[in-house]
Design a protein. Structure first.
Length: 286
């Protein structure tokens, strides 16, 4: 068989990361950035080319495609390890390529069920949020469960500027760090859950929404997943007209998301500071 491809989208979490692992709701939207896998036949064990040093990458390919006979090449527009769901996008891309190879048509639920164990290779207790958004697209309120609860939200018209700290965050370690502080931090996690409900109710009011994102950032800092670089980028965005700014994803580095009406001043300030930055916006489910 010739080459087959599969694509998985990344995501941006608007509110509720980390708390979602512990049963609170979160809201996230799909990014148009993502990962494509190109799968071609080969002799011998299934393997991924062009990425070295992490045995979980080959293992993921074998889980999705089978132990033998496939060579995988990756192309990704997502920054890796920056909180934009690159491991979930990879898992979903592999599952979709595997389905094409086998001539299967998978429902969204089936794609989710196959991709989640693959994401689990990369960090041990994913909430499922990244995989769910990667599969479904759009903007969704998500609560973990088996099956998870996904509530599609009306697509708002604002955009965000994404600013990259240039540092990788280790999602598994950060999730473990938050978990290790329970039950002492449970009131903070519950407040993040309540904030998520307020965010859903204020989705079209950028001023109110910005204030909620700022509070979410302060709470994430309290549970120890912010960093000096993240705080600096939030301040830069707020000083240039952003309505609110927070880390998105696991934190510890990664990217910051700043809610804006006009992205130009934040983009210009980022450029002047040598910080990679780009815009993103929620899209209707594709
Ligand atoms: O850093 P990312 O893109 O893997 O996002 C992690 C989001 C968390 O809420 C911290 C973990 C999870 O599984 O939901």
């Amino acid at each position: 068989m010739n080459e087959v491809t599969g694509f998985g989208r990344g995501k941006l979490i608007l509110c509720g990361e980390h708390a979602v692992v512990h049963g609170q709701p979160a809201i996230a939207f799909a990014s148009d950035l993502g990962t494509t896998v190109h799968v071609s036949p080969c002799d011998g064990p299934t393997h991924v080319i062009g990425v070295d040093g992490d045995p979980r990458i080959d293992e993921a390919a074998r889980m999705a495609l089978g132990e033998q006979g496939h060579e995988v090449r990756l192309s990704s527009t997502l920054p890796l390890g920056r909180g934009m769901g690159s491991s979930a996008a990879f898992a979903v891309a592999l599952v979709r390529a595997g389905a094409t190879l086998r001539g299967e048509t998978l429902s969204e639920q089936e794609q989710y069920e196959r991709a989640l164990p693959i994401e689990t290779l990369f960090h041990s207790r994913p909430s499922g949020l990244d995989v769910a958004i990667s599969v479904r697209g759009g903007i969704v309120r998500f609560t973990k469960g088996n099956p998870p609860v996904l509530e599609p939200l009306p697509c708002p018209s604002w955009q965000v500027v994404v600013l990259d700290t240039g540092k990788k965050g280790d999602t598994g370690k950060l999730v473990d760090h938050v978990t290790s502080q329970r039950p002492g931090i449970d009131p903070i996690l519950a407040r993040i859950g309540a904030l998520t409900d307020e965010v859903a109710a204020q989705l079209d009011d950028v001023e109110a929404l910005g204030a909620l994102l700022d509070e979410n950032q302060r709470l994430l800092a309290q549970v120890g997943v912010s960093s000096p670089e993240i705080e600096e980028l939030c301040e830069l965005a707020l000083a240039h007209g952003a309505h609110g700014a927070k880390l998105t994803g696991a934190g510890g580095g990664g990217v910051v998301m700043a809610l804006v009406t006009d992205p130009a001043p934040v983009l210009a300030a980022a450029k002047a500071a040598g910080v990679p930055a780009w815009t993103a916006k929620p899209q209707e489910q594709s």
